[in-house]
Write a protein that binds this ligand. Sequence first.
Ligand code: CTP
Length: 400
Amino acid sequence: MIKNKKVIVGVSGSIAAYKSALLIRLLIKAGASVKVVMTEAATGFITPLTLSTLSKNPVLIGFTKNKEGEWNNHVELGLWADAFVIAPASANTLAKMANGICDNLLLATYLSARCKVYVAPAMDLDMYKHKATLDNLKRLQSFGNGIIHPGNGELASGLYGEGRMAEPEEIVAFLEKEFSKGLPLAGKKALVTAGPTYEAIDPVRFIGNHSSGKMGFAIAEELAAKGAEVTLVCGPNSLSLSNTSISRIDITSAEELYTASTKAFKNSDIAVLSAAVADYRPAVVAKQKIKKTEGSKSIELMPTRDTLAELGKMKKAKQLLVGFALETNNETEHAKAKIKKKNLDLIVLNSLNDKGAGFKNETNKITIIDSNNKSIKFELKSKAEVAKDIVEVIIKRLKK
Ligand code: CTP
């Protein structure tokens, strides 16, 4: 959601200014372009050098850049941004904003900004509870500014109570939500499973498969990009997410996948199960490493719990359940049978007979079949593009 967004971070004079560094770091990590405007008072709490290094842009403080009088164009800056977040917003800055006072660059930028402005107040308990501050916040809200409310806890003064600036992670999550407003899946919760599962044989060995998790990760990213609040339950993999709003639950075994997914499914509107889950696990997991002996060895296997089938049983009328099928023969027939057997709305079929499809590859070639047996065939595409196709079908289906 934050990827490619242009964000101004305003930093005013409060001890919480040290948290701005992490906020900027998180925004950059999420793919935003960040410009920082500080008040003079803020420079006493954190150095502009720290914030310019993290934001990869010069920090703007005064109305002019240098002795020659080259000015910092606050009007241009205000027009550049998609969002302006003032964190920390001190009692003094809030009061000036509420009254249109414009005696520093941060405030001039505020008055010039056409984008949505958010304030994350930070101050001591009594200052925050003072009627003047509360009235100022109300006034700012009436101007259409967003308030990222402070948390409760120990304050720098040693007092306990409200006034502690929201944590940088909370501010980023708040912005993610704001940017998702108006998107087709805003307000929807989605569960995605991805990657392989490892079924332990002994403390050092397992039964696994070659799934990379790439397809599921791409689906999770695409659902989040369309505004959904995504929980990703994933088996062992080496991937990272670019969307920081996705909640990632790392699991190892089919049983752990079952527990995490059945829990998350209860609150989900959409579930896409792309994980390559082991169908069997060793009946007994040896406590010690199994030693080499003469002759052959066999391992007794027992079935794992089928998460997709269980979600099919749990499914309520408004929930949309999407399964995956990886087949080698009679592909369509087998996929259609799985829709019925597991009570699915859609199934994404990949055939191992198609070059470039399935595990390990950067690409995939899919057919999506719905519960009315209608199917759509797609060309061989990158997994990110395949994810877009799948999510587009999901969005259309939800509109029906
Ligand atoms: N799946 C699951 N839990 C399992 C096994 C599979 O959630 N224990 C899900 C997969 O994530 C996928 C779908 O079920 O979405 C299809 O899995 P697949 O192994 O192809 O189907 P099976 O029902 O196991 O049938 P078969 O192995 O006979 O093809």
